[in-house]
Design a binder for this molecule. Structure first.
Ligand SMILES: Nc1ncnc2c1ncn2[C@@H]1O[C@H](COP(=O)(O)OC(=O)CCCC[C@@H]2CCSS2)[C@@H](O)[C@H]1O
Length: 374
């Protein structure tokens, strides 16, 4: 086993984020001018960056660029963010009202599965393997051994291959010749944020295609061993990984430097992760019906959306076939083609001047309560 693992840490230098580390090879992380892609010389990477867009991009970049025939481990953690799966509906998963009150972003990741919350008390790991050797149970066992070695022998795998002491989640993705298994390790996360950010309001009547999250009880490792930490988990995980795959590589430490961010593939991928097209435009088809009592009666709006755009919006007043209903129906049509969640709060309509005031009220309701969240 690598000598650095036999010592208490990875060497004797304390990095800015407190990870005990040996200085990474200068060519990999210390230069600030990007001339060509950094060489992937190790099988173990620990990111000291905490920007979720950067880390998720580095994960994908390593996945696509690392040698295909050897396993690779990446460990990183992010500043607070909500991360949904690639085939999820954000409006069904995220409480946008709560997010808006903070600067916490929500991000659609490239792998499938459910929605999770991250902060610095949550450490993410990612094990990349040649597809032929990929076995979800096997990679989960590497993580299980890492947790047990932290002094938590009661940890076990459940039927979904989640490491459990009290809840912990994994997901996986298979692409071309390689596959990866990535997951979260709750160490000292702010657990209240899960309920706050991952419970959307009034979305029972939103019927969506795609993947729904599987909500489960969760707990931090520190509940079972107060000395569990990001640094200890990194050491334990690296050790379990190297043992499993019989390697002796030194971990490399990644920083968010121009060496990476100036690389076209990384810059492009980071801006793609932030784009509307990816974040909202990938939303599977859904419908959403909402009613409200207005002075003239109950009005129901039924919206159908594909790829984040309103395909049709039917608005009607209960029971009555009146000219007002026609005006409402025209109001609905006027919203078609708009991006769900991005409807302009201004309402200008030359048609149906006789119902202008009522239409302004209905439009405001739609914008504030039905179509506004993002
Ligand atoms: N950080 C974290 N860790 C574990 N479980 C969580 C977390 N946040 C929320 N949850 C719980 O999991 C469910 C969703 O579980 P579900 O099983 O539906 O989805 C997942 O597990 C996805 C894991 C993705 C891991 C990636 C690794 C690197 S980037 S994100 C949610 O409703 C909460 O109950």
């Amino acid at each position: 086993m690598a000598t650095f693992l036999k010592s208490a840490g990875y060497g004797n230098r304390i990095s800015p984020l407190g990870v005990l580390c040996r200085r990474a090879s200068p060519g990999l992380v210390r230069r600030h001018v990007a001339t060509s892609a950094p060489k992937i010389t190790s099988s173990v990477y620990i990111s000291e960056a905490t920007d979720p867009y950067f880390n998720l991009t580095i994960e994908d970049w390593l996945f696509k660029n690392a040698p295909e025939d050897r396993p690779l481990l990446l460990i990183y953690r992010n500043t607070p963010c909500v991360v949904i799966g690639r085939n999820q509906n954000p409006w069904k998963e995220v409480n946008f009202r709560a997010l808006r009150q903070t600067s916490v972003p929500f991000i659609r990741r490239r792998s499938g599965g459910g929605a999770v919350y991250h902060d610095l008390g949550n450490t993410n790991y990612s094990i990349h393997i040649p597809r032929t050797a990929f076995d979800r149970k096997n990679t989960s066992q590497v993580v299980l051994r890492a947790v047990q070695a932290l002094g938590i022998p009661a940890a076990y795998l459940n039927e979904r291959n989640d490491v459990c002491v009290e809840g912990r989640k994994i997901t996986y993705k298979i692409v071309a010749k390689r596959a990866y298994h990535h997951g979260t390790m709750l160490i000292a996360m702010e657990l209240g944020s899960i309920g706050k950010f991952l419970r959307p309001e009034n979305k029972d009547s939103m019927i969506t295609k795609g993947v729904a999250s599987v909500r489960s009880p969760v707990g931090n490792l520190q509940r079972f061993n107060a000395s569990a930490s990001h640094e200890a988990f990194c050491r334990s995980m690296v050790s379990a990984f190297l043992n499993e795959y019989r390697m002796e590589d030194e971990p490399q430490f990644i920083h968010q430097s121009s060496e990476y961010t100036n690389l076209e593939a990384i810059a492009r991928s980071m801006s793609e992760l932030k784009s509307w097209d990816w974040t909202y435009g990938q939303t599977p088809e859904f419908s959403y019906a909402v009613s409200r009592v207005f002075p003239g009666g109950v009005i129901t709006a039924t919206v159908r959306s594909k790829r984040g755009v309103i395909e049709d919006c039917k608005i009607s007043l209960e029971g009555q076939i009146t000219e007002y209903n026609e005006a409402l129906s025209d109001l609905g049509h006027s919203l078609e083609g708009e991006r769900f969640g991005f409807t302009s709060p201004r309402f200008l309509s030359a048609s149906h001047p006789e119902y202008q005031d009522q239409l302004v009220d209905v439009h405001r309701w739609l914008v504030d309560d039905v179509l506004s969240e993002r």
